[in-house]
Design a protein around this ligand. Sequence first.
Ligand SMILES: [Zn+2]
Length: 248
Amino acid sequence: MKKLFAQNREVFLSRIHIILILLAVILIDNMLSGKNPTVHVFRYWLPLSGRTIVIDAGHGGIDGGTYHKDGTLEKNINLQVALKIKNLMEKRGANVIMTRTQDVSLDSLNNKSDYRHKRDLIARSDIINKARPDIFISVHVNAERSSTSTRGPMVIYYRESEKSRRLAEFVQKRLEEAYIAAGQKIRARKPLSNSTLFLLCNTDVPGVIVELGFITNPADKSLMVKEEFQQKLSQHILFAVEDYFKKS
Ligand SMILES: [Zn+2]
């Protein structure tokens, strides 16, 4: 009886060994292929699991975008916020593709136009169309030289896309909440429909252009360069995207 028990025990232990070896092989395989096995398993339970999102930080490199006379450039705010959105969305399980992660323009990626600015925009729409994401978000900063009191976020969508309009409404509302949460008094806006902006007309998935605020308004500008407010804007863009997927 004792012997039989010992034999069973041996069989049991050898099976445990096999299972442990198999687990080790899976872990090593995951590590070699660059995946974090824990993250890989938990991704399936997160709110943005299975979603692919392109984040486009507008302008870059030679193209500074709009500017403030103190030297602040739109391209830097766009990238800082875009990277924050990326981090937040990845933590929620999304597969995030960036059009740029550094201070570069994208015009060298194709030869489809004689104009640098046009090539840059074509490169962005190519990245979006190739990735076939669920949505894209293009991050920008606004300017209104004739009226420094004009302020607040403004979201733009392609007129012919119902899904883009719904996404734009969520983003507009959440961004206004971010300003209010920071103690700012801003007027509520409806998102703007558009049928001429290159990125909106030349992409075949839902997406929005997000103008975070006005660099020509002193209050907006001083908020947009602050790390803390950038984090708040990014968090609220994440909320809006989750609203959109929950209700679509
Ligand atoms: Zn811009």
